[in-house]
Design a protein around this ligand. Structure first.
Ligand code: FES
Length: 122
C-alpha cells in the first residue's frame, strides 16, 4: 500500500491566462513529485489548462528564454530557449529538436472556483 499523500498548491486564477499565455510557478518545498531544482509552468491552450515541469528533456535546463515566455514566435509550439526544441502544448511531446520523441513532465492540475491548483506529492 502506498503512503504517498497528495496535496494541491494554488497557482493562479484561471482568468489570469488567456490563450497561449504561460505563467511560471514555484513548487512547494518538500515536494517529491518533481525535480527539486526546477519549477513548473502553466499554460492556456485554446481554453484548456496544462502544466509541465520547467525542465527540457534534452539537458534538464529551464525551458523559457524570458520570464513566462515558453511559446515560439508564432505561438504554436512550446520552444526550449537553449537549442530550440519544439513541444506540442497539449501533450508536451517534442516534435522537433535534439530530444525528439521525449516529453515534458506533466504536472496534474485541478480547477476549483475558477482557480488553478497543481498536484503535489509529498
Ligand atoms: S536544452 Fe532544450 S533543446 Fe537542448
Amino acid at each position: 500500500m502506498s503512503h504517498e499523500a497528495k496535496s494541491w498548491q494554488f497557482v493562479c486564477a484561471i482568468d489570469h491566462l488567456s490563450h497561449a499565455q504561460c505563467l511560471e510557478f514555484e513548487l512547494s518545498a518538500g515536494s517529491e513529485s518533481v525535480d527539486e531544482s526546477h519549477n513548473g509552468f502553466v499554460l492556456n491552450w485554446h481554453g484548456e489548462i496544462f502544466a509541465y515541469l520547467n525542465s527540457c528533456p534534452h539537458t534538464k535546463v529551464s525551458m523559457n528564454w524570458a520570464p513566462n515566455q515558453f511559446f515560439d514566435i508564432e505561438n504554436q509550439m512550446l520552444q526550449c530557449g537553449l537549442h530550440g526544441a519544439l513541444f506540442e502544448p497539449a501533450s508536451g511531446l517534442c516534435i522537433h529538436g535534439p530530444c525528439l520523441g521525449q516529453s515534458l513532465r506533466r504536472i496534474p492540475l485541478k480547477l476549483e472556483n475558477a482557480q488553478i491548483f497543481a498536484e503535489i506529492s509529498q
